[in-house]
Every structure is written in C-alpha cells, then in structure tokens.
Design a protein around this ligand. Structure first.
Ligand SMILES: [Cu+2]
Length: 489
C-alpha cells in the first residue's frame, strides 16, 4: 500500500514537472525570447542528468536489497555438482552487461547534456566514422564470443551424456551407475515415476493412457514396469548421480529445480533429460538458512515453526502452461543414503503379517502380503484378467519378502538394544548384531538377484540366531488373492 502511494506520488511529480516545462516552452515561443529557450534546454538536460544518477543509484540499491534472494549471492547456494558453473556464468554475464549498462546510460544522458540546443549552434553532419564503427563492432564481438563459447562449454559439460555402458540402478554406488527417474508434465501436475528395485523405468506408450487407471500409458507386457512406482515428491540420495527423463503429456512444460540449477523443457512427443548430482541435503540447507535473519521469522503457514525449518527444495513448472500452471509444484527432498533406503522401503510396499504360531512357546511366524499402492502395476493390474505378467511376479515378491524379513531381524535387534541398559551385555550384543545386519539389510533392500537376497536373509538369520532370537522361519504361501481384492477396491 505504502509503496503504491509512493510510486503514485513520484509519477504525479514527474507529470507536474513535464507540464511546467511545456508551459514554459510555449510561453517562451510566444514571447520569442532566445535566451529563455537556452535556459529551458539547459533545465531539461539537467533533469536528464538527475534522472540518470537517481536511476543508477536505484539499480545498485535494489540489487543489494535483493541479494538475499539472488541465486548464488545470498544463502541460495547451488545445491548440485554442476550448479557453481551455472552461477559463474550468470555472474560473468552480469559483470559484462553491468559495465555496458552503466556506460551506455552515462553516454545517453551525457550527450543529451553536452549537445543540448543553444542559439547559433548547428548540428554536425557526420555520415560515418570507421574507427568508431570498428570499436563498437569488435568489443561486443569479443565479449560475446567469450560469453557464448563459455556458455556452450558449460552446457556441454553439464549435459554430457552418460557413457554407453552406464547402468541405471536404484542406489548408485560405483562409477557408471546412476539413478534414473521420470517426470511427465501434464496440465496441471507432474507425474513422477521411479524405476523401482530393478533400476529400469518401464516402457510407456501414449495410446495406453487411460484416465485414472494408467495415467502414463505404461505397457503392462513390459516386466520393467512391474516395480515402477509413482510419487508426489522427489526423494534423492545426496551425492549420487541422477538422470531425469523429462516428457510431457499435453503441452510444453518445464522441469525446474531452482536450487539445483536444473531446468529443461518438457516437450510432448520428444523426451528430454537432465543429469545432475545433488550435493546439499535438505537438512544441511535448512541449517545454512537458519543463520540468515530473513529466514529466522515465523513461517507463513505454521506459526509454531521458523521459516528455515519449513524450507524445502522445490520442483516447479517454469513454462506458463495454462491457468493451473502455479499448481505444478512438488517437494524435492535430498536425504542421506540411509533415509533414502527407508523411503524406498515404504514405496516398495509389501507387508509381513505376524501370526503367533505356537502360543505355548510364543514363537511368531510371519506371512508375507505383497502389493504396494504406489506401484501402478500392483495396485491396478496385478492378477486381474488384464494382467499379462501373471505368474511372473514371483521373483520380485521373493525379493521384497526377504527384505522385509531381514528388516524384522534388524528391528528386533533395535528393540533389544533399546530395552537393554546402556553398556549391559545385551546392549552390546544387540549393537554388534545391528552393525553386522546393516550391510545385509542394504543388500536385501537393493539387490535384484534372488541368490544374494537369499544369502543376505540366511546371514541375517544366523546373526539373530546367534543372539538367541527365535524369529520367523517358514515361508508361507503369499496370500495373493486377498491382496488383489483389497487393493482393487
Ligand atoms: Cu506446466
């Protein structure tokens, strides 16, 4: 409000000055007084100089004022590996354009002052000047060449495609491994798809798109689609290379994660991609922002929290794609490897149901219940009449089941440690077992190989047995039919 009134006052003042000037000019013409004409010209040129100085001051002040929200200047550091390179290019461009900006403004108003109208002074007819023309051709050409070639080089570095033998896995660990996810722009939401345990995104074809049932048009004959799951937020492990496959279902969209300096068009019918490696977790970015005064204020949506506590990276659509454009935003979470694996567990679904097998001894058995609501296949197609993969899910289910069983061992050890007194024999034993179980749990969580999954389960069982735990043993037949009728509802 205050700003609007201020701006209005400035505009009115400007109009007032212009009108006064006009009236004076008219009066001098009527009076035919050359000395007064000169006086008016001087006044007008002087106004120009005042305008120039105040305009340049406002530019500098507003730049300084907005530094806290300027990418790469305030706390908004680049949170990806290639990010600093983008920031450097921005700053390089800003440096050159600022010089040109200031010089041209000084020249513009300076010349207005220098060559203001004066009695008896005639304009010089100056057809052309070769030296001057050379100067204003060569200097910009050289500067532009540096900027364009630098930009091209940076772009090629950033977009350098993965080597041919690179493999997409669910948790990249070795060189040449990466995590591929898919983002499909649609009016007005992003469909985010993860490859699931196999690390491979299943094929899709637009003719298969069916509203509510198959929003991406996944082809169910492709086994790679079995474990693909859809999410509403992007969760990525820190420090691992990611490739985003970017597509669109209707119009142009743009995949934009500001803090990662990631931005690429989503074009219908023409998949694009972006490779990047997140380097700063959401938590450490929050800690970083917590030191900034403008982030220490109350959060707009939750007044019990500070603004920095509620910070999240964000995926936004950066292409004005229609009237619901603003709603195309999703949270992006950069987490540790451990948190990422926990999150994958939730997405993969499946459950172990506890059954007391022998009430006398209190021994417990676990029945495996497959299925995940996030997997389009498991929630919509699995075991229905339209399921072309009927009977082919056994391996995947076994892998998930084994993982859940290893998780049970881990959880039991955690319980045991938490119940034991710190430093007691049981505490130490449980802690030791947990450390040993850790790598087995990781294997069970990401492997696609039944043999190594079985091995991990057996090793986990041996560790638990060693701590004298009586834990699930018999693998009961999965109650597939129950699950299907449940999820089909
Ligand atoms: Cu959009």
């Amino acid at each position: 409000m205050g700003f609007t009134i201020g701006a209005l006052c400035v505009i009115l003042l400007a109009v007032f000055i212009v009108q006064i000037g006009k009236a004076r000019e008219l009066a001098s013409i009527v009076r035919n007084d050359p000395a007064e004409q000169d006086e008016i010209n001087k006044f007008q040129a002087g106004l120009g100089i005042i305008f120039m100085v105040s305009f340049l001051i406002v530019c500098v002040v507003s730049f300084i004022y907005y530094i806290p929200t300027t990418l790469g200047w305030g706390p908004n550091i680049a949170a990806s590996l290639h990010g600093p390179e983008v920031d450097y290019l921005f700053n390089l461009t800003l440096f050159f354009t600022s010089i040109v900006f200031v010089l041209t403004h000084i020249a513009l108003f300076g010349f207005v002052w220098k060559y203001k109208g004066k009695q008896g002074k005639l304009g010089l007819y100056w057809a052309h000047n070769e030296t001057l023309e050379m100067v204003w051709m060569i200097i910009p050409s050289v500067v532009m060449t540096f900027l364009v070639v630098g930009g091209l080089q940076a772009w090629n570095n950033i977009m350098l495609d993965l080597p041919e033998d690179a493999v997409s896995v669910t948790l990249p660990e070795a060189d040449g491994e990466y995590l591929e996810i898919e983002a499909t722009g649609s009016q007005f939401l992003w469909f985010l798809r993860y490859p699931g345990r196999d690390g491979k995104i299943g094929t899709k074809y637009f003719t298969q798109i069916k509203k509510g049932v198959n929003p991406l048009g996944q082809t169910w004959t492709d086994e790679k689609n079995m474990d693909d799951f859809m999410t509403t937020e992007i969760v990525l492990p820190v420090g691992k290379p990611v490739r985003v496959r970017i597509t669109a279902r209707d119009v142009l969209h743009n995949f934009y994660i500001r803090d990662m300096r990631v931005k690429t068009d989503a074009v219908p019918g023409m998949p694009t991609y972006f490779n990047f490696t997140p380097t700063v977790t959401t938590d450490s970015m929050r800690r970083r922002l917590s030191k900034e005064p403008e982030w220490q204020v109350e959060d707009r949506n939750d007044d019990t929290k500070k603004r920095w506590e509620m910070f999240n990276y964000e995926l936004a659509c950066a292409e004005l794609c229609g009237n619901g454009h603003y709603s195309m935003r999703n949270v992006v979470k950069i987490v540790s490897e451990e948190e990422y694996l926990d999150w994958l567990d939730e997405q993969e679904g499946g459950e172990l149901e506890e059954v007391v097998a022998d009430s006398a001894s209190g021994s417990i058995e676990y029945t495996y219940m497959p299925g995940s609501v996030n997997s389009q296949y498991f929630s919509k197609v699995y075991n229905t009449a339209q399921d072309p993969l009927k009977g082919k899910t056994a391996n995947l289910e076994k892998l998930v089941e084994n993982k859940l069983r290893v998780n049970v061992y881990m959880n039991k050890m955690k319980d045991m440690r938490n119940e034991a007194e710190m430093g007691s024999v049981n505490y130490v034993r449980a802690e030791k077992a947990m450390n040993e179980l850790k790598s087995l749990q990781k294997t069970a969580r990401i492997t696609t190989d039944i043999a190594s999954s079985d091995k991990a389960l057996a090793a986990a069982k041996a560790i638990a047995d060693d701590v004298k735990m009586t834990l699930p043993v018999p693998v009961t037949v999965p109650q597939i039919d129950t699950i299907v009728s449940d999820t089909a509802k």
